[in-house]
Design a protein around this ligand. Sequence first.
Ligand code: ADP
Ligand code: LRH
Length: 500
Amino acid sequence: THIPTVLAFDLGAGSGRAMIGELVENPAGGRKQLRMTEVHRFSNTPVRIGEHLHWNTLGLLQEIKTGISKAFQLGYKPESCAIDTWGVDFGLLDANGELLGIPYHYRDRQTEGLVEELSDKLGAERLFAESGLQFMPFNTLYQLYAMKKANSPKLDAAKTLLLTPDLLNYFLTGRMACEFTMATTTQLYDPGKKAWNRALMQELGLPDSIFIDPVQPGTEIGVLTEEISTELGVPRLKVMAAASHDTESAAAAVPFSSETFAYLVCGTWSLLGTPMKQPLLHSEVLKQDFSNEGGAGGTFHLLKNIMGLWILQESKRIWELEGQSLTYPQLVAEAEASEPFRSLIDPDDLRFMNPDSMPEEIVSYCRDTGQPEPLTIGETVRCILESLALRYRMVLEQAEHLTGAAFEGLHMVGGGIQNELLCRFTAGAIGRPVWTGPVEASAIGNMLVQLQAAGYLADMQEGVELVKASFPISTYEPEQQAEWQNAYARYQQLMEVMPC
Ligand code: ADP
Ligand code: LRH
C-alpha cells in the first residue's frame, strides 16, 4: 500500500535535523499515525570572522543535501521536502542571483543600541503599530539599518533579500520566494495591512525593491535543480514552503485539547505564545513587549521571546572550554543536587544575549543585585532553570492579561522538554499542570503543512489530531507551591530593581 511520505528539515540555532514523516495505519485501528524517523542530524555552529558573527550557510546547504541523499539511500521516497529555520536572518542576492557575502548571525553585535535609536527616530508606538513585533535587537529591520549605517556595499548591490529558509530553498530549486511566517519576523512587514512596510523602508533609506511578496505555508516553491538531483543521484524532489519559521512550525504541532491554550516552544529560545485569529496591536501589547507573528493556516500568534536554554547552552560551552565537559543529563543532575532558590536572574536581561562568558555574566548579575554568587556548576544550572521557570510564569500571566484568556496549564514542546527538571520547575512556578511533547515539534509542524498541501490532511486541526494519535504527552503537576510563591515574589522584586 502507498505510504504518504515527506521529508522535513528543521534547523535550529544549535543543531539541524532531517526527518522522514510517514502517514501509516494505526496497528490498533482508528486514526492514522505519523511515523517519524531521523535520517540526519548535524550541528549548527556560528563562524566568527573579524568583528562579525556569521552562519555557516554553505555548510548548512551541504548538510541539507546530505539529508536528501540519506533519505533516498535508506529507501524512502518522499513526495516533497520543506525547510524551517530560526527567524529574522537573511542572505542578499546580486543581480545575477548570486549570494552577496556571508549571512550575519542574529547574535552579531552590529545592532547594539539600534532599538533605542530607531524608537527615538520613528516612535515606538508607530513602529509597533506597523509591525506588531517585540523590539528584539536582532530583527531584520535593525540588521539592515546597521548595514545601512556601516555603508555596506552589499546593500547597494542587493537585488533580492531572501530569509534563511527562502535562501536555502532557492539554492535547492533556483526559485526565489518569500514565505509569510518568516516575513512576519522581520519588523518590516505590516500585519494590519498584510503587506511589506515599504514606506518605512524608504524613510530609513533601505532598498524596498529587494522584498518579494510573501506566499503562504504549503506553497510549492519548485523542484530540485537538475544539477543537484544529478549530484545526489536522486529524483527532482518537490520543495515546499513549510511554516518556515521554526517557532510557527512548532506551534502548529502543539497537541492542544481546549480552544484556548498557551504553549512554550522550548529550545535555544523559549517562545511562549497563544494562537489568535487576528494580530493584537493595542498599546498594552507594546508595553508588555509581545509579538504578533504569522502562523500556519492563516493564524497569528501572540508570543514573547524569552532568552531560553541558550543561557545553559552557552554556559555548557564555556565549561567545556575550561575542561569540564558535562552532558545535559549530568548538568541537570548537578542542579537537582544543589541548594534551591539560592540566586535568581532575569533571563531576558540583554546582558545574557551574547556575553563573552555566560557563567561569569551570571555571577556578575548576582553580585550586582546583592545575591549570593553561584559557586558551582550545579548552583549555576539551578539558578538558570529556576529563573527561566519564574520568567515563564510572568510571561504566561502577561499573555492572559493581554488576551483576557485563562489558561488551564502550559503545553511545552521542543528539545528543552528533555530537561525534566525544567518541566517540573515550570509546573511549580506557574502553579498549573505542564503537558510536554512532542520533542520534535518543529519538524512535525513542517510535515503537517506538507501533508495538508498534498491533500492527506483536510486542515491543520486534523494535523493536531494526528499529533495526538502519534506522540505521547507527559504531565507535570505543580509541587512545592509555597516555595515557588516566595521565589516569585523575589523574582518580581528583582524585576523592579533591574527592569528589562
Ligand atoms: P533549537 O532547535 O532551538 O536549536 P532544540 O529544540 O534542539 O533547540 O533544543 C535544544 C536544547 O534542548 C538545548 O539547549 C538543551 O538545553 C536541551 N536538551 C537537549 N538534549 C537534552 C537532554 N538530553 N537533556 C536535557 N536537555 C536537553
Ligand atoms: C527560535 C527563533 C525565534 C526567533 C529567533 C531568532 O528558533 O526562530 O522565534 O525570534 O529564533
